[in-house]
Design a protein around this ligand. Structure first.
Ligand SMILES: CC1=C(CCC(=O)O)c2cc3nc(cc4[nH]c(cc5[nH]c(cc1n2)c(C)c5CCC(=O)O)c(CCC(=O)O)c4C)C(CCC(=O)O)=C3C
Ligand SMILES: [Fe+2]
Length: 313
């Protein structure tokens, strides 16, 4: 957006993921920092990527979101370029920032695509952004878009996906299908250390339930890591067992904390959790992820417009 000689760029920040089989190991090393990566752990993770085609679709999906967002902003008279920067794999946030400087951008609105703040996601993205700004961001004016885990249009976009998911069940059982809202687990020590992650996930869950109206739902956590210590509970597997014990036949899994498909939806949910649910005799359906759903892109447009209007009138 050009106003008074200013050129504004939007920086979409995401987790990052391997975009080829060769990238799996360096991606994991970047994520783990100085901690060791035992060979069996590496082999297990490589196998998951093999099962979903050797790489993650995260970058492509994020770039499609960026493209559609840019188009929609342009239609609204806000012509700003939208850039994509990742935390743990290319294109890194610091690389995106360097590109923005090269393109003559002088005002940056940085938005995390992880809806719920944790030190492993948004916190780490912002740290990478700060470090890059210190190195070569001299003249850049940077604003954070802030949290949007309870934005009505994001909740609306999720509710649409739940509707689509429910329509995959026969009409006469839909009203009784239990919903399991699933968020990525994180170590409890992060929560105890002050991450608002759980609180924000709970707020998204209750806002979604309120929008949906009469539904049975509960919150659970998936994709617990290999590290030691306790992680958020209950795990999705435990909730599936409880549903089986209650005599339920169906379950709809709703990914709450991911806005794109990647290994944790395509493997952890669609392969591992689906197989587990079926072994319990449950009919398992997963809601699709938001990806480039028009309702989600519209949510991003509004979050950005509100911030632009507030900051840079
Ligand atoms: C909160 C959160 C999000 C949500 C962000 C959002 O809301 O968007 C997220 C997203 C993602 N996590 C991803 C991948 C991985 N995360 C791992 C490990 C971990 N994640 C954690 C947390 C999160 N992770 C944590 C606390 C660990 C342990 C780290 C440690 O020990 O310090 C590991 C290591 C193996 C393992 O531990 O399973 C992998 C391979 C991918 C890429 C998928 C792809 O490639 O398609 C994505 C988008
Ligand atoms: Fe993760």
């Amino acid at each position: 957006m050009v106003t008074g000689g200013n050129l504004t760029g939007i920086l979409l920040m995401a987790f990052g993921a391997p975009d080829s089989p060769e990238a799996v190991e360096p991606f994991l090393r970047k994520l783990l920092g100085n901690r060791p990566l035992p060979e069996p752990v590496l082999a297990k993770i490589k196998e998951r990527y093999n099962l979903i085609g050797g790489k993650s679709p995260l970058l492509e999906i994020t770039q499609t979101q960026a493209f559609k967002l840019e188009e929609k902003l342009k239609q609204r008279g806000k012509s700003c370029r939208v850039y994509t920067g990742m935390c743990y794999w290319h294109p890194f946030i610091e690389e995106a920032l360097a590109q923005m400087v090269e393109d003559g951008i002088n005002r940056v609105l940085a938005l995390s695509l992880s809806p719920h703040y944790s030190r492993v996601s948004t916190g780490a993205y912002l740290r990478q952004l700060e470090a890059a700004l210190d190195r070569y961001g001299g003249s850049l004016q940077v604003t954070r878009a802030g949290d949007w885990y309870d934005h009505p249009l994001y909740i609306q976009a999720l509710a649409e996906k739940v509707g689509e998911g429910l329509r995959q069940f026969p009409e006469d059982v839909r009203a009784e299908v239990p919903l399991v809202f699933s968020a990525h687990s994180v170590p409890l020590e992060h929560i105890e250390g002050g991450d608002p992650y759980l609180e924000q996930v709970e707020k998204t869950a209750s806002a979604l339930a309120e929008t949906l109206g009469e539904v049975q739902w509960q919150l659970a956590f998936q994709s617990k890591g290999a590290g030691k210590g306790r992680w958020l509970e209950p795990e999705v597997e435990k909730v599936l067992e409880q549903l089986r014990d209650q005599g339920k036949k169906n379950v709809l899994l709703v990914p709450l904390s991911f806005v794109s498909d990647h290994v944790e939806t395509l493997y952890d949910m669609d392969i591992a959790l689906k197989e587990y649910a079926r072994s319990l005799g449950l009919n398992f359906v997963r809601c699709s992820t938001l990806n480039d759903s028009p309702a989600f892109i519209e949510a991003l447009v509004q979050i950005i417009e509100q911030k632009l209007d507030q900051e840079w009138k």
